[in-house]
Design a protein around this ligand. Sequence first.
Ligand code: PEP
Length: 250
Amino acid sequence: MRAKLVAANWKMNGSFSLLDKMLDVLRPNMGNTSCQVVICPPHVLLSSLNNAVEGTGIEVGAQNVHSELSGAFTGETSAILLKECGAQWCIVGHSERRMLFDESDEFIRSKTETLLNHGIRPILCVGESLEQRDSGTHEEVVVAQLRKGLSGLTAEDQSRCVVAYEPIWAIGTGKTATPEQANSMHTIIRKELESLASPEVAANIQILYGGSVNVENAESLLSQSEIDGALVGGASLKTDDFSQIVAAGL
Ligand code: PEP
């Protein structure tokens, strides 16, 4: 049985004070939920988050990493340093990184490998554009991103990854995939994982949905058989909303 996982992607938002407020709201409810909770703030907040979540069960995630471990990469952060800051998770392949920072599938794959080599679990994002969905190529686009993102990894390493299906047309737009659309893509992803890794590994990998998840739609999305949680952007910046989304993952 896969546990539900709800991850907050704060993107380039948030602050030290939001961190305090968020934890004040989440902390008292952590004993009542079986849902895994991961917060991915900007890197400069990671150490504070790590100290503040001690004993709560809330987990620490980063939003980005470089594939190399050190060197002349101004502005980048290594997996070694993320680990020192307490990161247990890291988002890779987010559509904003693919589009705004031109990240290729190959670069994303090497980041995934670096994370795994340093004990950080990747949250690998895949998802199609509106154009690709309208032209009917969405399934092959997502399967190709998945294959490239996980290529060359052992089944054991693949088993430590979480996949987030995030249709680009649903991110930050207020347009959510219907629970049926999301569930159907998750089924395709799991089927592909069966051949990439093994049926056993595929059955245990958590597949999250991301794209305008909010208080109103969380329950209907999270109750789908193949939806194992959510990657939440905008709504993860609102303490009460995020706490209610976590509660929907009970
Ligand atoms: C995201 O950026 O991962 C995301 C899902 O954003 P939003 O919830 O705002 O659509």
